[in-house]
Design a binder for this molecule. Sequence first.
Ligand SMILES: [Zn+2]
Length: 419
Amino acid sequence: MDTKEKLIERFVRYASVPSQSDQGNEQVPSSPGQWVLARMLREELEGMGLTEIHLSEHCVLTARLPAKEGLEGAPAVGWVAHLDTADIGASDTVAPLLIRNYSGGDILQDAEGTRRIPVAEHPELERYIGDDILVSDGTSVLGADNKSAIANIMCALQKVTEEGRPHGDIYVAFVPDEEIGLRGAGALELSRFPVDYAYTIDCCEAGEVAYRTFNAASAVITIRGVNAHPMSAKGVMVNAVSLAAELIGSLDPDQVPEKTEGTEGFVCVTSVEGDVSRCEIRLNIRDHDRELFDEKKSRLRELCSLIGERHPASDVSLQISDTYSNIEDSLRGKSTVCVDHIFRAMENLGIPPKDIAMRGGTDGSLLSARGIPVPNYFTGAHNFHSLAEFLPLSSFEKSLEVTLELIALSCEEGSAGTN
Ligand SMILES: [Zn+2]
């Protein structure tokens, strides 16, 4: 089996395990399918001779491929991928289809063509004429997010061990529940993942590199009002819903997702729930720039006290929790070798890099906040979180080549004895 067929075989096997995460379940992992996939991977890692294999009570699977003799001085490099797929309200069962030698036009996802990826809506498809393309049957996501990364990492480990390629210490971590708030990366025990730096392989088309992500926090504002019967409400009632409207109306109307792009940040009200006596507002705070991010949080604090002062009988409380950080900040003042290597690897492989400012976060954004720099590079797939998700094999192979090149580059560092 050549490399391409190996990638296909692994991908289809992993994608066929239903492992949607479940936002409604507070436990980690949030769904049983993630256990099935983690156990399958554990067995395969054992088969490849990895050591320190550990599957935690939270379904975090970690393992180590010890450095080859003479390369113990190379930096320890990790790879992180997530076990779950996004719940977009479609089927949890994924039946991947392989379109061989795509000849252009709509991709049919069933025999009758009632389900299809229309080229009119996805003109980028035509860039892959002549390529083999993986798609779902149109009833679910494909799950290239993030199972292409799992297949990529597993193929790389297989190749490195079978072919006796040079490598330093390599660690892998397969984590659950990325899609519902990076929970698995939060549950990763860092003592089982003692790396100098690591990579995620998440999102998007060939060449994409993301190490600039949002700083992110979520906020909950609880407003307590005073209820009263209309007979005696005058001067007494403090309507929590009105106060919530007043507060939301005081937010900057231009700093919202629908009016910002690139590295621009926002405050987004995600839900308002309540009645006269109690109202809860949930918000997301995002900004690439740490200072502007902190300013947004301070502004929210000020607003809450202002509303409280204006309505002394009310009680306004604010809780802000940081969710993840801009990976770029974690590199400040430190070695940027992990990012430099991605660009070098792509240059060596002739892949034009696209350095994108991500309007979101990855497991790497959370791990970077925990002290490990974790930049991201492409899976090669398009249209994540959609029935039109598709993965061209040429891009999938390029993504694997980057992984192998990164392993090779980290060894060079080892021989120089630096990090
Ligand atoms: Zn993902």
